[in-house]
Ligand binder design. Sequence first.
Ligand code: ZN
Ligand code: ZN
Length: 402
Amino acid sequence: MSTANGLTIVNCAVFDGESEELLDGPVHVTDGVITAVGGAAPAAGQVIDARGGTVIPGLIDAHFHAYAIGFDMLALDWAPRSYVTLAGARRLTAALARGFTTVRDPSGGDHGLARAIGEGLLPSPRYLYTGPGLSQTGGHVDPRGDSDTCAGHGHIGEVVDGVDALRRAVRERFRQGAHAIKIMTSGGVVSQIDPLRVPQYSAEEVRAVCEEAGRRGSYVAAHAYSPEAILHSVENGVRSIEHGNLLDAGTAAVMAARGAYLVPTLAAYDAMDRRGAAYGMSPVSKAKNLEVLNAGRRAIEHARVAGVPIGLGSDLVGELEDEQLAALRLHVEVEGVYHALTSATSVNADLLMRPDLGRVKAGSPADLLILPGDPFQQPSLLWEQSEGRTVIQAGRRLGSHA
Ligand code: ZN
Ligand code: ZN
């Protein structure tokens, strides 16, 4: 039985998720788990010839929205959950085909979708979700804008005000299997009525959410753009700053001191700038987007200098999802292949408190991506869906039933 479940990837170099130097293959897998890197190939089991390519860890997208199927937040919230879930399932399947073997969904997802994925009902990356992101009234994911409608419990966000209500909302999310908690601590690009820079939620509210998550052994991710909103978040216990585009050097130093991560989402702004209007993005959103697009590149540089761990996320809404791999291209443009690759693998894995992921090492799940060449010599291999690109999930080649 064990030989039947063996897999060896031969004729390959290996990026292990952390080292700047490529290692020598082969990569040995048994029962979906990596058993060794290097050494002789075993006599039995399946063999994949990488033809001189490079095995890297399966990519991790730390900011992926399964349920963000359109730009109109109100229309999205009013759509039936079954419809949103099926549309989201397609987005997950497409992400896996691009080589993302794990995604974190910070705002959306639910235990039903996660259960279906866990049971293998759809091809999907490993799915770690927060459930609807928490927003104050009039905050980033209050879908009502300035209309008179009542705020409900949406697919992407939920409006919850006050310490006690927030504690209950956090406990509900963990009751239903949430990986972490997401809160909105500043305005956003897609939302219409909240200024981008102004912090949201009181310090007491942020602290209560972080305290509940921490007691559970989990953590809080916060949507925040400006230095004041980032400080407001990390000083009250937030561990993962999403976007962070307006980060400055001083705030980056505070993040580093507090052990916070930055998850830049450059692909979203780049795609929205070129294609957002065609998909119904409003002029208000377009103007907000321009403000943060270039600042987002500088934020990465500030974070690197300060020693803040930098992850990678895509944050693509609606049809823009097909630009998910551009997250790697944009990160490479800012600080090169090595940092982009570690962000998308080992750093994101550490952010997710899953140090077994994002690495090609003995004991890790065999979630792998084979690139048809050396990405350090030819970076475009990371974002081009070229022939010879092979996705392996838990030791099984995508598209094969072996
Ligand atoms: Zn956000
Ligand atoms: Zn987002």
